[in-house]
Design a binder for this molecule. Structure first.
Ligand code: IMP
Length: 405
């Protein structure tokens, strides 16, 4: 198997790479995250916005799996499916969704919004408000979780109604209004869940069994990561992270594959850095240079439309995530955006309280105090958009790539 992993804070253009690689694989697999992710894939004259469904879906010969570690918003996923169906894509044949996957229910969305307004350690996490954190919390908590399998079980009605009632009380306690809670009336949720179950039934499968069979049969599998390794719940810039293992270490647990099946790990990073939401970002540029990167790179969120924070390439952070993810190859994106600068900077160390360090501190407070130590490189000031071979790169652009390598 081959994995594509984001090495920064997400939005590294992984979707573009996955779309390029997908035709060489038999299976494309999503294994963590949910509708907080989003990518726009352009195929021919059509533009597709996908949040859950792997981008392999655009290739008729590729099977796509959504495995146990993903959290699914059924309504959003059904919308994506309808969009694909309307364009003649046969999702019933090419998409399998794990019955073990957990569902983002309407109450998770409300809870995310209410909690997101609060500050953690002086700053809001700035989540995507897609209910991701509350859903993963219920999954780990085990009592209020709803899995895809629950939608097609005979006893689903009773359980979903009980959970909906408990959630109403919880959300009222968090300050939700009765009005807001209209959409989670037990009878209403039950009815919705029944519809979701019917619509999704043809795609629901035991993806773990399917995936292990495929690997044992010698099939080529591409694992598609969502978000980036610096947002990993265990290894990222906690608590300013997402609620899943978004670094390379998450593949096995989320998809249900033993480590021995993973040979190639492609780490994807931008030639600069971006971050959306709260949390420390040592190389952030709040000046004109930052704005210039944002405009040239069209750095606005796919899912939320929020402007992304922009800054120089952080080699301390990326070296950490590349090692953590077991990267065997590096894919450097958005070089064209840097074609318009006289000088470029790469952060090669941090100054933390007068000490020079080359590791990423474990605490967000420490990271916030880190001052980047920069190396300055020459810009190339000429377009690289049409380069298809290393020799097409201006020497300064090549030197920039080499330095990162
Ligand atoms: P959540 O995943 O919605 O809980 O958001 C937690 C943090 O991860 C916030 O800082 C989000 O902005 C960030 N985040 C989540 N998904 C993405 C993504 O796909 N790209 C970039 N940032 C993301």
């Amino acid at each position: 198997g081959t994995c594509v992993i984001g090495l920064q804070w997400g939005d590294e253009a992984k979707g573009k790479l996955v779309d390029l690689l997908a035709p060489r694989f038999d299976l494309v697999v999503r294994y963590q995250g949910g509708a907080n992710a989003g990518h726009t894939v352009v195929a021919g004259s059509e533009t597709y916005k996908l949040h859950h469904i792997p981008s392999g879906i655009l290739h008729a010969d590729v099977q796509n799996l959504i495995t146990p570690g993903v959290v699914i918003n059924p309504a959003t996923m059904i919308d994506e499916m309808k969009g694909l169906l309307a364009r003649g894509i046969d999702i019933k044949r090419n998409l399998r969704v794990s019955e073990r996957a957990h569902l983002v229910m309407p109450w998770h969305m409300i809870e995310d919004r209410l909690i997101n307004a609060q500050k953690v350690r002086g700053e809001s996490i700035g989540t995507t408000n897609r209910g991701i954190g509350p859903c993963y919390r219920d999954k780990v908590g085990r009592t209020h979780a709803i899995r895809l399998a629950d939608l097609i079980e005979p006893h689903r009605d009773e359980r979903i109604a009980t959970v909906a009632q408990a959630k109403r009380e919880l959300l009222l306690g968090l300050g939700a209004s009765e009005e807001e809670l209209e959409i989670i009336k037990p009878e209403m949720v039950q009815e919705l869940a029944a519809q979701w179950g019917e619509t999704l039934r043809p795609m629901i499968a035991d993806t773990t069994d399917y995936l292990l069979d495929a690997l044992e049969d010698g099939k080529q599998v591409l694992f598609e990561g969502a978000q980036g390794a610096l947002l990993d719940i265990d290894h990222g810039t906690y608590p300013f992270v997402t609620s899943s293992n978004s670094s390379g270490v998450g593949v096995c647990a989320g998809a249900g594959v033993p480590p021995r099946w993973i040979q190639t790990v492609i780490g994807v990073c931008k030639a600069y850095s971006t971050r959306v939401g709260g949390g420390p970002f040592p190389t952030e540029l709040t000046d004109d240079t930052g704005s210039k990167i944002r405009e040239l790179g069209r750095e606005y969120g796919t899912t939320t439309g929020r402007p992304r924070r922009c800054g120089w390439f952080d080699a301390v952070a990326v070296r950490y995530t590349a090692r953590l993810s077991g990267v065997t190859q590096l894919s450097l994106m958005m070089m064209d955006v840097l074609s318009h600068f006289d000088e470029l900077k790469i952060c090669i160390a941090y100054d933390l309280d007068g000490q020079r360090i080359t590791r990423l501190p474990s605490s967000a407070e420490d990271l916030r105090r880190c001052v980047p130590v920069y190396e300055t490189l020459q810009g190339w000031n000429s377009p690289v958009d049409d380069a298809t071979h290393v020799d097409d790169f201006p020497p300064a652009a090549l030197a920039y790539v080499k330095r990162i390598e």
